[in-house]
Design a protein around this ligand. Structure first.
Ligand SMILES: [Zn+2]
Length: 326
């Protein structure tokens, strides 16, 4: 029953959503040897979060052209649509798409958008892009990414954010990039409160002025912060399956999303890098249903919160809203 509910997803890394079979096929075509990143069953394998980042970058290394990204986009959206996702926002990194060269980035983006348009026609799923800089690549590269973001901001590239290793430097070190993106009209989000504690969430909200937080779940360790997030209407892009798979919480019932929801924080549900964490949007909804006894009414609330927090324009929001009502 839950699996057929239309769903909104706000936190999905395009390369991180690449089906392993797709990456293996591409590696074979290009005669690249990345066999070490797969286990015997063909799934991605890694030891911990930092090893996961390395495997992620190895998988991404086979994606070398705009055409590769067009194929990736279609493969990813096919998976999302199969889970009932009708609207998705995906993180895109000019670091991986054209090495932060603005001309090359435009070509990658053009190919991704064409594939997204095709998916919208054939699969009924709408995609928008959020450009992310990678925190452990450093502030200099983030500036180049922000320039790419400002150059292509519009009705499809709708946001700017930061991902990667939360333990490297501080949000303030990326202030220039966030200011540049904001001035270009982009909406802002930042990964925080996953590996960093409550203070990392405070820093992202106060120093970067973001309206959404990627993860943010460790805010639960400071209830004053939880209440502040609820009061200020900061939206958390929560990815429970990702947190459980990476060992942040031992199981679904221990995940703080239930408490955050009960205390009035605007929480949403996403998959982050689904094949790496053996999850899908269908599985996230099903597991939350089992862990917290959440019913269709709660999931309708989560969808509504996600749609309100989506960075798309008003016309798109209204169109997607109609899909949720049916
Ligand atoms: Zn993420």
């Amino acid at each position: 029953m839950l699996s057929v509910t239309p769903k909104i997803e706000l936190h999905l890394h395009l390369e991180g959503a690449a089906p392993p079979a797709f990456i293996r096929g591409l590696a074979k075509e290009k005669r690249l040897d990345i066999a070490g990143i797969f286990d015997a069953r063909g799934h991605y394998q890694y030891k911990d979060f930092w090893d996961f980042l390395k495997v992620y970058e190895a998988a991404t290394s086979v994606l070398k052209s705009p055409e590769d990204y067009a194929r990736l986009t279609l493969a990813v959206l096919e998976e999302s649509a199969a889970s009932g996702v009708v609207y998705s926002e995906t993180f895109l990194s000019p670091d991986f798409c054209g090495g932060r060269d603005i001309g090359a980035w435009r070509e990658y983006l053009h190919a991704i958008r064409e594939a997204a348009d095709q998916a919208e026609r054939t699969m009924g799923i709408t995609l928008r892009g959020i450009i992310t800089c990678i925190r452990h690549f450093g502030p200099e590269k983030a500036r180049e990414v922000a320039r790419c973001a400002a150059d292509t901001a519009g009705d499809w590239i709708v946001g700017f954010g930061i991902a990667g290793d939360e333990k490297v430097l501080t949000p303030k070190d990326y202030l220039w990039s966030f200011d540049c993106a904001r001035e270009a009209g982009l909406r802002l989000t930042a990964h925080a409160g996953e590996w960093g504690g409550p203070q990392s969430v405070r820093d992202a909200v106060n120093d970067l002025g973001v309206e959404r937080i990627g993860h943010g779940v460790r805010a639960i360790e400071d209830l004053a912060l939880v209440d502040e997030l609820a009061e200020r209407g900061i939206v958390l892009e929560v990815c429970p399956g990702s947190n459980v798979a990476l060992g942040l919480y031992p199981d679904w019932r221990s995940h703080p999303i239930g408490q955050l929801y009960d205390r009035g924080v605007k929480v949403t549900v996403s998959t982050d890098d689904p094949p790496f964490f053996h999850t899908t949007m269908t599985r996230e909804f099903d597991e939350l249903n089992r862990a917290f006894d959440w019913d269709d009414g709660v999931f309708a609330n989560l969808n509504r919160t996600a749609l309100d927090a989506a960075f798309c324009d008003a016309d798109t929001r209204a169109r997607i809203g109609k899909l949720l009502e049916t």
